[in-house]
Design a protein around this ligand. Sequence first.
Ligand SMILES: [Zn+2]
Length: 322
Amino acid sequence: MKKLCMPVFYIFLPLIIPMMVGLTFPRATGSRISFPFSNKAEISDTITTLNIKTKTTEKIPLETYLVGVLAAEMPASYEEEALKAQSVAARSYIISKMGGGNPDHPDAQVCTDPNHCKGWLSEEDAKSKWKKGDKNKYWKKLTNAVKSTKGEYMTYNAEVVEAFFFASSGGKTENSEDVWSSSRPYLRSVESYGEALSENNVSTVTFTRSQFAEKLNPHLSQPLDPSKSPSISEPQRTEGGSVRSINISDKTFKGTELRSILGLKSANFTITQSSDSITFTVKGYGHGVGMSQTGANYMAKEGHTYKEILSHYYTDIEFSKL
Ligand SMILES: [Zn+2]
């Protein structure tokens, strides 16, 4: 696996580094995600994973694997119903990948790289990131969330739902085709409540004109002159509120593309210019497609069940069981 994995790692290095310096949320760079996976799943209760830390391929029971996914993908402090919703979403996502495998690691259905497939933590690694008094309590809480939804997954028209999720939105989720190339009938833009209550919902990034020019010039045929303020159009927006496209100098950028170039937390941003700098005010964190984890936690606090949460974020889905 070593031979196979390392080139993949290097290809993704330019994307992995920005994640390591602050964009920790897995599916952060929306431009990288497409829908390459077969949905004709051979559904099984075991899964072959490539552990990128140990470089080994392992076959493990799906339910055991999911606890580690939960540990990596959602704060264990979240409400039980949100964690249960996350369990079913992650199970659905993994099952949707079982048939097709992944061209980057054909021997494993998923890898443990959050920037590539799904994050996953061993019990030891998960516990090492929690405070002493939380270690056993949190692991038990995640195990219970998986156990109490054992085998449950979502379908749409008898196909397994590719249940994407992300950290937080600007108040609405995105239609899948507004972020990637493919439309999925269950990945529609819906309201996501309680987002603004989370303290990290809005972030700002300021670039000097020189820094901005340095980042943008490789993408422009007419380089920006740092002594002048750059020409930036009003953006076109998606139904979910993210920037669909924006003109900067001689080029039209997709919002997701600009997000990736500038390392923004999401493509839902506004821009203000001062005499010598350009500031991006960004709402939410992640690609915005599927379930917002912050919104799910808010719904759980409001008394909604995990099935209500999932039915809210994934349009017209049904529940099935392995
Ligand atoms: Zn992978």
